[in-house]
Design a protein around this ligand. Structure first.
Ligand code: CA2
Length: 155
């Protein structure tokens, strides 16, 4: 059985493609999830995608990952900038988590510059649009096969 990776999207990401295409592009959440599953197939990962507008759902899913997943790709949306609960959940489960943002949060309002997730993330990808999800899955696949990232890449 291939390793399971969760792709979790937070508040308002269900609106992708429906509004603000200048910031977030024109692809829908369904497109993002289909791409992530296709990337997972290519990399030998089973990708499980979920989205919620509720902080507690994300905390529950991060906790679920402790026993079910080898990695998490997380776009926590605006909760990135507010949620100590998500910070604590990531820290508590110890499952490698890659933080993804579609937009370049550092080129936007100052309230988007701080992330509670970055200090407990295995890596952060911002501003690369939907490619960020793909790149995060690639990073997790490598990490699962080569758990110490300081080791040289051999393949
Ligand atoms: O750039 C990202 O991926 C964000 O995580 C998106 C969040 C935002 O609060 C973060 O600062 C950066 C917002 C997602 C809202 O998505 C929408 C999509 C279409 C229309 C309205 C909102």
């Amino acid at each position: 059985m291939d390793p399971v990776v969760f792709v979790l999207n937070g508040p308002n990401l269900n609106l992708l493609g429906l509004r603000e295409p200048a910031v977030y592009g024109s692809s829908t959440l369904a497109d993002v999830e289909a791409l992530a599953r296709a990337t997972g197939d290519r990399l030998g990962l089973v990708v499980e995608c979920r989205q919620s507008n509720h902080e507690g759902d994300l905390v529950d899913w991060i906790q679920e990952a402790r026993t079910r997943a080898r990695g998490i790709v997380l776009n926590a949306g605006a909760l990135t900038h507010t949620s100590v609960a998500i910070h604590d959940a990531i820290r508590g489960v110890g499952v490698p988590t890659i933080e993804v943002h579609i937009s370049n949060v550092h080129a936007r309002e100052s309230f988007r510059h701080h992330s509670y997730i970055s200090p407990v993330a295995a890596g952060v990808i911002v501003g690369l649009g939907l490619d960020g999800y793909d790149l995060a899955l690639q990073a997790l696949a490598r990490r699962i096969k080569r758990p110490d990232p300081s080791e040289p890449i051999t393949a």
